[in-house]
Design a protein around this ligand. Structure first.
Ligand code: ADP
Ligand code: GN1
Ligand code: MG
Length: 367
């Protein structure tokens, strides 16, 4: 891939300077991400983010980029109005020399590029609670800035992304087809998700009957999808905008808790290390409600604790579905990694079930 990047890809984009090298970058599970480095004659070297879009998942890459250009354009305008720096506070697409947002290479792979957000860190775990509070404020603020974005302009980049009922259907199909001959190895795990089937209907039904509003949401708010400023610890820029679509604010709140309030990494094999920290739940709740609290409905607020469980349940089931299908969706770096990921999510769900009352108590304190 490096040869291809050097010989074909980098010359297609409006990058400044002379190409030096490319390296795989970050811990995303979906796209193939590289940092590409350039030297400049009179200025310091510069790097960019270059990504091969995963088109088996995002089947309409042009629609995807139309969303991203639309959303970042909207954010840029507001950031400027508020006196901020749009080059650091939102993603900036670097265009190809033809002025388009995607380059289709000789193998049919679609490439895109962004300015690299420098002097900021993308954390894989909450190293200090303040980072999580600040991530929450930034996701809450992101939600507010997009509250007047015309939802009808957005392509649905992954249909039914957080439709837990469809997720259950896909899971049951995977169990039945058993493509990788693994179903007999995971009967307890399968039962765990089947026992919680009813939970999958709660938010889907409430959106359908109008009890919960649809908003423009990020839909993938894990901690490594936000850049945190190295000097101030503020959540400076929300990234990974591939799944910005109409959704429930509960998806964004719940997914952040799923990932960031865990006391262990998403693929930890020692489950004794995995639990949902009430302190981290509180750290996130405080930050999120301070930004977005006023705009939430009573029902949204009531369901915040449940949303953490729902998103964790959904994600665990997606990992198990992928394991049953032979690991074709999420990138894995070792055998059975998707099963390990499924196990941490199951452990978190069970722990959240025990802590639900305490979570509700915390929410009520910040309203
Ligand atoms: P995926 O969809 O595979 O998760 P992301 O868009 O989240 O891909 O990118 C993967 C990682 O690359 C991020 O977690 C982050 O570490 C890094 N990254 C992405 N965009 C930028 C950017 N503009 N500046 C700096 N780092 C970035
Ligand atoms: C994927 O793209 P990334 O790594 O930020 C996935 C999320 C999951 C997450 C689990 C488009 O997020 O939905 O919650 O992995 N993104 C997509 O870590 O499926
Ligand atoms: Mg990501």
């Amino acid at each position: 891939m490096h040869e291809k990047i050097r010989n074909e890809i980098v010359s297609q984009f409006q990058f400044e300077g002379t190409f030096i090298y490319a390296e795989p970058f970050g811990c995303g599970h979906i796209n193939s991400t590289y940092a590409v480095y350039f030297s400049r004659e009179t200025k310091a070297p510069i790097r960019y983010i270059l990504q091969a879009v995963n088109t088996s998942i995002f089947t309409d890459p042009y629609g995807l980029m139309e969303n991203i250009e639309g959303v970042t354009g909207h954010l840029r305008k507001k950031i400027i109005e508020n006196g901020g720096n749009p080059l650091r506070e939102t993603l900036t697409v670097v265009l190809t020399k033809d002025g388009t947002s995607l380059y289709k290479d000789s193998d049919g792979t679609y490439w895109r590029a962004y300015l690299f957000i420098e002097d900021a860190t993308c954390y894989q775990t909450v190293e200090r609670p303040i980072l999580f509070t600040n991530a929450a404020k930034a996701f809450g603020h992101f939600q507010k800035l997009l509250s007047d974005y015309p939802a009808e302009m957005l392509h649905e980049t992954i249909p039914n992304f957080h439709n837990t009922r469809s997720r259950y259907a896909a899971f049951e199909k995977a169990v039945k087809e058993d493509l990788a001959c693994r179903a007999s190895l995971v009967s307890e795990e399968i039962q765990f998700f089947m026992d919680r089937r009813e939970d999958g209907n709660t938010v889907v039904d409430a959106i359908a009957n109008g009890t919960l509003p649809l908003r423009v949401t990020h839909n993938d708010t894990k901690l490594n999808n936000i850049m945190i400023d190295n000097d101030t610890d503020e959540g400076i820029c929300v990234i990974d905008l591939d799944t910005v679509m109409p959704g429930s604010v509960l998806y964004d709140f719940g997914d952040s808790i799923r990932f960031g309030a865990s006391t262990a990494t998403e693929d930890e094999q020692d489950l004794s290390k995995v639990s949902m920290s009430l302190d981290l739940f509180e750290a996130y709740t405080a930050g999120f409600l301070s930004e977005a609290g006023n705009s939430l409905t009573e029902e949204e607020i009531r369901l915040l604790p449940f949303s953490a469980k729902l998103m964790t349940l959904e994600c665990g089931m997606r990992f198990l579905t992928d394991y049953l299908n032979g690991d074709t969706y999420f990138k894995i770096h070792r055998e059975h990694q998707n099963l390990d990921r499924c196990h941490t999510q199951m452990t978190l769900v069970a722990d959240m079930e025990k802590k639900m009352d305490k979570m509700s108590e915390i929410v009520s304190r910040y309203i």
